[in-house]
Design a protein around this ligand. Structure first.
Ligand code: NAP
Length: 270
C-alpha cells in the first residue's frame, strides 16, 4: 500500500487525510495517509525515517515548508520560485523531489471553480509570508495588470518582491493602495478572531471586487466579513485551494487525476 502523510506542527487540525482518502477511493487505490507531528528541529530525522520505512511521499504544512525545500535534492519550477515545498516524493531513481502546489491550487480554484478572470486584472495581496511567496508565480502566469503586495511589515513585502524579477509585482504602502481592486487575496495568518479591516481603507473594495481568503473556516473569516461589509461582489475562503493543491500532490504521487468538486462540497458540508 502506498504510504503517504502530512508533516506539520501542529498537524492534528489537518484535513489532508480525508481529502486524499476521498481521492484514493475515486480511483480505486488503497493508501495509508497519516498525520505526522514533527518536533521542531527534527524534520530531517523524521523524513529520513519515513523513507527508510518505505514511504513514497508526504505533504508539508506550517512551519516546515522551507526546511522541506532544503531537504530535497531536486525541485519543481514552482518550488524554486517559492523557495518552499509542500509536496515531497521519492522518485524511481531514489532522488527526493520537492514540489509546491499551493499556487497551482489557488489559481485552479479561482479560474476554474469560481470562474474569476485574472488576465488584465488588478490584484492586491495582503501579507508577505510563506503562503504568499508560494502563490505569486502562479498568479503571474495568469497575466494580471499588476500584483500589489501590502504587508504589516513593509520590509518583508519588499524582500518578497525582490525575489521575483517582475515589474508587475510591487510592494506598496498604505497611501499607494488603489481603489476598487478587481481581486483582493488575504494571505495573512491573522486568524479567525479580531477585525481584519481595522487597518484597511474601505475604498480598496468596489462593487465588482472579489475577495479570497487563503484561510478556510466553517464561518466567514474576519477579512471576508470586512470585504462583504465593504461591498465586495464575491467572498470566498481557501477550502477550494486546499483541495486543489491536494489534487496536484495526489497526481504527483499516483499519476492519477481526480475530480475535486464533490470533495470540496463534502468538506464544506461537514
Ligand atoms: P506566515 O509565513 O507566518 O506569514 C504570515 C503573514 O501574515 C505575514 O505577512 C504577517 O505579517 C501577516 N500577519 C500575521 N498576523 C497579522 C495581523 N494580525 N495583521 C496583519 N498581518 C498579519 O504564514 P503563511 O504560511 O504565509 O500562512 C498564511 C495563511 O495562509 C495561514 O492562515 C495558512 O493557514 C493559509 N494557507 C492556506 C492554504 C490553503 O490551501 N488554503 C495553503 C497555505 C497557507 P508580518 O510580515 O508583519 O509578520
Amino acid at each position: 500500500m502506498m504510504q503517504l502523510g502530512v508533516f506539520g506542527n501542529p498537524v492534528e487540525h489537518s484535513r489532508s487525510p480525508e481529502i486524499h482518502q476521498a481521492f484514493a477511493a475515486q480511483v480505486n487505490l488503497e493508501i495509508d495517509y497519516q498525520k505526522i507531528l514533527v518536533p521542531l528541529g527534527e524534520f530531517n530525522k523524521i523524513a529520513d525515517g519515513f523513507f527508510a520505512q518505505g514511504g513514497l511521499g508526504f505533504n508539508i504544512t506550517v512551519p516546515f515548508k522551507s526546511e522541506a525545500f532544503d531537504y530535497c535534492s531536486h525541485h519543481s519550477k514552482e518550488a524554486e520560485l517559492a523557495g518552499a515545498v509542500n509536496t515531497v516524493i521519492k522518485n524511481d531513481n531514489g532522488f527526493i523531489e520537492g514540489h509546491n502546489t499551493d499556487g497551482l491550487g489557488l489559481v485552479k480554484d479561482i479560474t476554474k471553480n469560481l470562474q474569476w478572470i485574472l488576465k488584465n486584472k488588478r490584484i492586491l495581496i495582503l501579507g508577505a509570508g510563506g503562503a504568499v511567496q508560494g502563490i505569486i508565480g502562479s498568479l503571474l502566469l495568469e497575466r494580471p495588470t499588476h500584483i500589489h503586495i501590502y504587508n504589516r511589515t513593509l520590509s518583508k513585502a519588499k524582500a518578497l518582491v525582490d525575489s521575483f524579477s517582475s515589474e508587475k509585482v510591487l510592494a506598496i504602502e498604505e497611501n499607494q493602495l488603489e481603489s476598487d481592486y478587481d481581486v483582493i487575496i488575504s494571505g495573512t495568518s491573522a486568524g479567525l478572531d479580531g477585525n481584519a479591516g481595522d487597518s484597511l481603507p474601505a475604498y480598496i473594495v468596489g462593487a465588482s471586487t472579489r475577495a479570497y481568503d487563503l484561510i478556510y473556516s466553517t464561518r466567514p473569516t474576519p477579512f471576508l466579513r470586512w470585504a462583504q461589509n465593504s461591498g465586495a461582489s464575491e467572498c470566498v475562503d481557501g477550502l477550494g485551494m486546499l483541495v486543489e493543491q491536494a489534487a496536484f500532490a495526489f497526481e504527483i504521487w499516483t499519476n492519477k487525476q481526480v475530480v475535486t468538486s464533490d470533495v470540496i462540497k463534502n468538506l464544506r458540508d461537514c
